[in-house]
Design a protein. Structure first.
Length: 346
């Protein structure tokens, strides 16, 4: 039960991140977590531009590593391994991170560990709350949406997920449709707080089908149609229209997530976990209405509901360092042939 000190790197989407996590007898501790967002760089393009992202990662990775080590007060000699997101994600960014980690490993002799980005998110409740396996995880972000039973750092059962857009993507697109600022999630949530969710009857896609799969792209299209109908009718949208559309949209997302969570919980609880836990991660887990509804669902199953602090819910390198520590403890080591994988399902 040796103490492990791990450097983590993350660069699979639009955040360049480095962190130091120490796992000792008293549990894990985040010694530093540096995140450089790229939102401003992509703002004018209506989405993340892979080439711009890769260049920005390449520029920021080494200084992020230096900052993470300085802030944690550790040198290379204090580290046990370097862990890096080796997929899935935008290949240019993932490659930048993997190259940086290989350079560090080659220069210092430290072991190298490739980490699945989704596993990083999925293990976060263990980093923040020491949750025992197996637990249920709902991963909801701008790029991902899936239910997982988490059994170990490399042992996941996927119960279902979105068949098209992720909910965060839908929030962002709806915000764009209604002329709200990006990222759309917080903007739509703010508008929804003053809206009437009952005015527009929006679809709850796939709710009538069995299983845990979800769909959000039709919902976004329904918002587009409702908007266009209002524009055709009276030439534009009022503040009230906007708020009501946001409220209707958010209520539909909440309903779908809640019902599918009930189904996922039923499957998970069949295994009789000693202390049932449902945890969320990903940027959409910041949404108050979604959190509140999931808490209600958890209570129905007498399960504990866990939402890590937002900084660890969204993309960061502490989760990669922590997942690296669990893998290291199991004996996982990667060589200089570690590949960057654009696709890598759990
Ligand atoms: O996990 P994240 O930071 O990045 C990845 O997608 O990997 O998630 C960002 C997503 C964005 O789509 C953003 O609109 C959404 O999370 N989001 C929210 C809220 N805050 C952020 N969605 C709904 N409600 C929110 N309050
Ligand atoms: Zn992520």
């Amino acid at each position: 039960n040796k103490t492990l000190t791990i450097l983590g790197l993350e660069s699979s989407c639009d955040d360049t991140a480095a962190a130091i996590v120490r796992v000792g007898p008293d549990g894990p501790e985040v010694l530093s977590s540096i995140v450089h967002g790229q939102t401003a760089l992509h703002e004018d393009f209506g989405g993340v531009v892979p080439e711009i992202a890769a260049r920005a990662h390449a520029e920021k990775l080494d200084t992020s590593v230096a900052a993470a080590m300085t802030e944690a007060g550790v040198g290379f000699g204090d580290l046990d391994a370097v862990a890096v997101t080796s997929g899935p994600g935008l290949i240019g960014g993932v490659l930048s991170g993997v190259m940086c980690a290989k350079g560090i490993a080659a220069g210092t002799g430290l072991p190298l560990i490739g980490v699945n980005h989704l596993a990083g998110h999925a293990l976060t409740p263990r980093l923040t709350d020491g949750v025992a396996y197996p637990y249920l995880m709902l991963l909801v972000s701008g790029g991902h949406c899936q239910f997982l039973i988490v059994r170990g750092p490399e042992d996941f059962t996927r119960l279902g997920g979105t068949i098209d857009d992720a909910p965060g993507e839908a929030f962002d697109k709806v915000a764009r449709l209604l002329g709200l600022v990006q990222p759309g999630g917080p903007a739509v949530e703010r508008e929804a707080a003053n809206g009437d969710a009952g005015r527009f009857r929006l679809p709850r896609p796939l709710l009538d089908r069995p299983g845990c799969d979800m769909s959000f792209s039709g919902l976004k299209t329904a918002v587009l149609r409702a908007r266009d109908a209002l524009v055709a009718e009276k030439g534009g949208l009022t503040r009230r229209d906007r708020a009501d559309l946001c409220a209707g949209f958010q209520a539909a997302v909440v309903d779908v997530l809640a019902e599918k969570t009930r189904r996922a919980m039923a499957l998970y609880c069949q295994e009789n976990p000693a202390e049932p836990v449902i945890a969320v991660a990903g940027g959409v887990a910041a949404n108050g209405a979604i959190r509140a509804e999931l808490e209600t669902v958890a209570a129905q199953f007498e399960a504990r509901f866990l939402a890590p602090p937002l900084k660890l819910c969204t993309d960061n390198a502490a989760m990669i360092a922590y997942a690296g520590a669990e893998l290291f403890a199991l004996g996982r080591r990667d060589g200089m042939d570690l590949a960057a994988r654009p696709r890598w399902p759990l």
